[in-house]
Write a protein that binds this ligand. Structure first.
Ligand code: TXA
Ligand code: MG
Length: 363
């Protein structure tokens, strides 16, 4: 099949092809077509183990510009370059410190992104003008094959419209980007559901810029001491985050979202009261909670249980879908329970609080 390629600048609304791939039997020829689109400067959304990415050739400045345009993303927010083999790393970074080797050995392929000094072949359009570059080798087999077929260096932010929750299903990508990109590869639902952990190893101490599935504890098993970017724990927003993307409000549903923190019993009682008060005022209330708590909130207009209280992996996997789901309802206000503060909960709460614009009630 020949690849029909329309030059982006002459095409306001293009046809977005959806390619479904069976992961038990990955069809390399079909992915070769997708790879060809990337090599010619086009954009292909694809599954990774974390969230769906919007891929373009990371070494082609025009592709990176097209990514920003399709997402409506500010161009000072740098992209992650995805690679499929460790040899590729040495061409896009200036040098590889020992710690990068150790981390790559242990966590690649996987949901870890490293920030390193960029080499000259990486265009500033990809790094948002920075002299550093974010690199990740994903674990998803479809992603890896696409990277190989697409020239080896795929720049990919999450495949959502800027500000919306990251996509965990191909249908989410379609909602946001149909008509704006050449192709969406549908590889089913992702396994992790929150974006990769980002670690900056350009400074004195390895620093987590964005928490994810690879936790601080997991990193500290092999690296002496790891810090969090102070901006991550600063509620007033006075400290500027080191990952430019972390400064933007993200993942926000259309209805006002509030996170309720405190002892589980107090949280339940408070949320039941908000539901009752809202009902009196004619305000429709949505609830995000653990499966075990569903029955407490039967009076609310819409309840989404994102997982079991003992299964944070399920919560992470389903959170973005839940936030998108509320946009299809007519609720006016959403209240969410909080989901802990260690391990994977750090990433879950980071995304949830961003979606809430840091709007928290402590009870
Ligand atoms: O799991 C993921 O990381 C997904 C999948 C598709 O791989 N990608 C993703 O990309 O989440 P994106 O663009 O949505 O988020 C990348 C984050 C942004 O917050 C950006 O500011 C930060 O990485 N970043 C990229 N390059 C950086 C750099 N050189 N220095 C500091 N932060 C950087
Ligand atoms: Mg994103």
């Amino acid at each position: 099949m020949a690849v029909e390629f329309v030059h982006r600048h002459f095409c306001l609304k293009m046809k977005t092809e959806v390619l479904s791939i069976d992961r038990r039997k990955i069809n390399r020829e079909e992915l070769a077509i997708a790879g060809e689109i990337i090599k010619k400067g086009g954009l292909v959304a694809f599954p990774t183990e974390t969230v769906y990415g919007l891929g373009g050739d990371g070494l082609n400045p025009a592709s990176s510009k097209a990514i920003y345009e399709a997402k409506g993303r500010p161009s000072d927010n740098p992209l992650i370059i995805h690679i499929a083999d460790i040899e590729a790393l040495s061409s896009i970074v200036k040098d590889i410190p020992d710690i990068a080797k150790t981390l790559a050995d242990r966590f690649w392929p996987g949901p870890l992104t490293m920030i390193l000094p960029k080499s000259d072949i990486v265009p500033y359009e990809t790094t948002g003008g920075l002299d550093t570059v974010a690199v990740r080798m994903p674990r998803d087999e479809i992603a890896l094959e696409l990277i190989r077929q697409g020239g080896g260096y795929i720049a990919a932010p999450s495949a959502n419209t800027s500000g919306r929750p990251s996509p965990t299903k191909a249908s989410h990508v379609y909602e946001d980007l149909a008509g704006r990109i050449e192709m969406i590869i549908d590889g089913g639902e992702v396994g992790i559901g929150v974006e990769s952990s980002i670690i900056d190893i350009t400074g004195d101490k390895p620093t987590i810029l964005r928490p994810g599935y690879i936790t601080k504890e997991m990193l500290e098993e092999i690296v002496d001491s790891v810090e969090y970017d102070p901006a991550l724990t600063c509620v007033t927003g006075d400290i500027k985050p080191k990952a430019p993307g972390m400064k933007y409000r993200h993942y926000a549903p259309k209805a006002k979202l509030t996170v309720v923190e405190g002892h589980p019993n107090s949280v339940r009682e408070a949320m039941k009261k908000y539901i009752a008060d809202n009902r009196e005022k004619g305000v429709k209330t949505g609830i995000i909670c653990d499966r075990e708590d569903r029955n407490y909130f039967f009076e609310s207009d819409y309840v989404i249980c994102v997982g079991s209280v003992d299964d944070k992996e399920e919560v992470a996997r389903r959170l973005y879908d839940a936030l998108r789901e509320f946009d299809k309802t007519d609720v006016d206000e959403i209240y969410s329970v909080s989901f802990g503060n260690e391990g994977l909960s750090v990433a879950i709460m980071n995304r949830l609080l961003k979606a809430a614009g840091q709007n928290v009630i402590r009870v």
